[in-house]
Design a protein around this ligand. Structure first.
Ligand SMILES: *Cc1c(COP(=O)(O)O)cnc(C)c1O
Length: 380
């Protein structure tokens, strides 16, 4: 056997996180994570679970009883949503306008669903006219869309219009709110969203590990009357009901520290006020946007569907996108990201989420990018 490896102390670099997530974690959340554990069935933890559920309802703008943090990252709450709602033989309508619509598609297929598409180019939102056409043509049972597409920096407008179309066809609507929850207006009940899921490490500025999910009663009725069990035991909501519902009986050990973390992150949302938080993201990201534009850079999305929490910026001709990203990381410990898929090489993605959405960070990004561009010989 090998000798015990000599591994040094943990000393990660001191980054400023302005990419597509994770965002900078609020110090109060880090502190909450260093408090001692209690058991996941301890009466004091049951109280904490109730508080997290209440705070999640506030943040989602919903009265849904079925509102929980799913153990795992945003993809876990995404798979809990799709894997429970989509039954074998159901048809799910998914978008083609970004990376995460593709992930919805893979999950729906694995759940035994048939997948049909509503098309839009990467970098554009869905047009309600196309959604209407897709419904008339395919009569899907479930419709999924991405409220804030992190791969393209596009905010899906007209959410109520999309949900009305779906409900006229008796379908269920699943909204991906991973990059919008706690950063950009999302009104689950008022906008008629049946199921919404999110992640903690984007606009909630919490480490990944416990991910918000909410379903209304109509959708839970479908889930609880399935003929076939969902394919995942871990994410089966009819079993999770035993833990998060009235019984509070063991299903799996909740990630206690992550529940502490999201509780503190959501407490920060409630203290700030959700509307104020949306406004702060708009204002701070607005400063970022105008600063970039003053440098002669262009946003990829027009103002009607610009996403404050994720700013997609066009890479100017003659500039190497990767060299700028490396320069910022190496020189300033500053993280931003490149484009993905159809937009690879064409855009940078600059996040402005949660605790990272502060004027101080914006000034830091602007001055560092200006310097990185000058290094590349960029002239306005
Ligand atoms: C980040 C993200 C996810 C996946 O979340 P993970 O925490 O990486 O599993 C899903 N959808 C969107 C829109 C995202 O930005």
């Amino acid at each position: 056997m090998a000798d015990a490896p000599e591994v040094g102390e943990l000393t990660p670099p001191d980054r400023t996180l302005m990419g597509p997530g994770p965002s900078d974690v609020h110090p109060r959340v880090l502190q909450a994570m260093s408090t001692p554990l209690v058991g996941h069935l301890d009466p004091s933890f049951i109280e904490i679970m109730n508080e997290v559920q209440e705070l999640l309802r506030y943040t989602f703008r919903t009265d849904n009883q079925w509102t929980i943090p799913v153990s795992g990252t945003g993809s876990a709450s995404m798979e809990a949503a799709i894997g429970n709602v989509v039954e074998p033989g159901d048809t799910m309508l998914v978008p083609t306008n970004g990376y995460f619509g593709g992930r919805m598609e893979s999950m729906a297929r694995r759940a035994g669903g048939e997948v049909v598409h509503v098309e839009a180019p990467w970098g554009e939102p869905l047009d309600p006219v196309d959604v209407q056409k897709a419904f008339d043509e395919h009569q899907p049972d479930v419709f999924g869309f991405i409220h804030a597409e992190t791969s393209t920096g596009v905010l899906q407008p007209n959410v109520s219009e999309l949900t009305s179309i779906a409900h006229d066809h008796d379908a269920y609507v699943i909204a991906d709110c991973v990059t919008s929850l706690g950063g950009v207006e999302m009104q689950v009940d008022e906008w008629g969203v049946d199921v919404a899921y999110s992640g903690p490490q984007k606009c909630l500025s919490c480490p990944p590990g416990a991910s918000p999910l909410t379903l209304n009663d109509r959708t839970m009725d479908k889930v609880l009357s399935r003929e076939e069990e969902p394919r995942s035991w871990y994410l089966d909501l009819s079993l999770l009901e035993g833990y998060w519902g009235d019984d509070r009986s063991y299903h799996h050990t909740a990630p206690i520290t992550n529940v502490y973390a999201i509780r503190e992150a959501l407490r920060l949302v409630a203290e700030e006020g959700i509307e104020n938080r949306w406004e702060r993201h708009l204002n701070v990201a607005g400063e970022l946007k105008s600063g970039l534009q003053e440098m002669g850079l262009e946003m990829n999305a027009p103002d009607e569907y610009w996403l404050p929490s994720l700013n997609a910026v066009r890479v100017p001709d003659g500039v190497d996108d990767g060299a700028v990203i490396s320069y910022l990381l190496d020189t300033y410990d500053l993280e931003i990201a490149s484009g993905l898929g159809d937009l690879a090489g064409d855009i940078w993605r600059i996040g402005c989420m949660g605790y990272s959405a502060r004027p101080k960070n914006v000034q830091y990004v602007l001055s560092s990018i200006e310097e990185a561009l000058a290094e590349q010989g960029y002239e306005q």
